[in-house]
Write a protein of this length. Structure first.
Length: 342
């Protein structure tokens, strides 16, 4: 014990001696060059923190990023046309999206692309919506992107890519809506218009209409998802013939390829689309129709195991909803019986 205490005392004396004998290092003022380097380092650190915060606040879902970037770019372009969402079609549960730029063959302007996103967002807010009809105003369905987008507004590859991603994402959302979608094709569905039609579940075309993948004649390819959907729908050989030739496809040939489901008289496509929906989809509860459409959409994009799990969840939710309805009916019947007995 004495040895330990002595050792501690010796250490303490050595420390006091070092503190009183050895001079403290001199505090030299940094040179101007060093000061400038420190300022630059601090500025770089602040910039890095800003970039990190910006990255953290940016949505990581590519779909959301594509929509945000595309809309930011397109909303700055001042052009015309419109997309109208009609919720009162005279048929309960059926909405209509109208492509409204008849003076320019219903070409899609930047404003119309943004308005299409608005329409899809609004449809998703209505659980009573069972089906949507996509139509053009006037005598044409849709003639694709407006020419001025390529010649005046979106001149770089990056801008073209952003527009492509934006419309591809929008058409995927249209394709995956939980309600049935029907394209009523009067006149031509040309270039991007053909891609819009293919994003729908069903297509009804007039006798004088056509589906025309005219992209190659403009030195382009499909960019809104039409090439992929066409290949899945019609097969490789038909897709090569329709896309690479750039020739218009008549209603008869379109029906043979499986591109369209019905051919009707000119001017009757919208009425026939409504009749098709009323005949096939309006007898069942809206939530059941939408649930089945959700399952089908999930099966296209998810792995089989994940799609099966999704189907389980949809079924369980519908089962619980039905059980709740039956319970309420039973309780209501019991209350009525008790009142009558009283």
């Amino acid at each position: 014990m004495k040895r330990i205490v002595g050792s501690l005392c010796s250490t303490a004396r050595s420390a006091r001696w070092y503190k009183t004998t050895v001079p403290a290092p001199r505090q030299h003022a940094p040179s101007p060059e060093l000061q400038r380097e420190e300022v630059e380092i601090i500025k770089t650190m602040k910039d890095d923190r800003k970039e990190h915060a910006k990255y953290e606040s940016t949505p990581k879902d590519p779909t959301t990023v594509f929509l945000m970037e595309g809309r930011h770019m397109l909303s700055s372009i001042d052009d015309g046309g419109d997309i109208n969402l009609v919720t009162d079609t005279g048929v309960p549960g059926v909405f209509t999206i109208e492509i409204d730029n008849p003076r320019e063959s219903n070409t899609m302007t930047a404003r119309m692309m943004c308005r299409l996103e608005d329409a899809i967002r609004e449809i998703n807010k209505h659980p009573e919506c069972v089906a949507v009809v996509l139509r053009g105003t006037g005598i044409q369905f849709c003639s694709g992107a407006h020419a001025e987008l390529a010649t005046k507004h979106l001149l770089s590859a990056d801008q073209g890519l952003r527009m492509c991603r934006y419309m591809q994402t929008l058409l995927l959302e249209l394709h995956n809506l939980p309600c049935i979608t029907v394209a009523a094709i009067e006149g031509g569905a040309v270039a991007g218009g053909a891609e819009l039609a293919l994003a729908c579940d069903f297509r009804i075309i007039s006798e004088s209409g056509n589906v025309h993948f005219a992209h190659t004649h403009m030195g382009l390819s499909t960019g809104w998802g039409g090439g992929t959907r066409l290949t899945k729908l019609c097969g490789r050989r038909a897709a090569i013939l329709l896309l690479c030739s750039g020739k218009p496809c008549s209603p008869k040939d379109a029906s043979a390829f499986g591109l369209v489901d019905r051919i009707v008289e000119e001017g009757d496509t919208y009425r026939e689309a409504l009749a098709f929906i009323k005949t096939n989809f309006l007898d069942a509860p809206p939530e059941a129709v939408r649930g089945c459409k959700d399952i089908i959409a999930a099966a296209e994009i998810l792995t089989p195991r994940t799609a099966l799990m999704y189907e389980q969840n949809v079924f369980a939710n519908l089962w619980a909803r039905n059980a709740e309805k039956q319970s309420q009916k039973t309780m209501g019947g019991t209350d009525a019986k008790m009142i009558n007995e009283a």
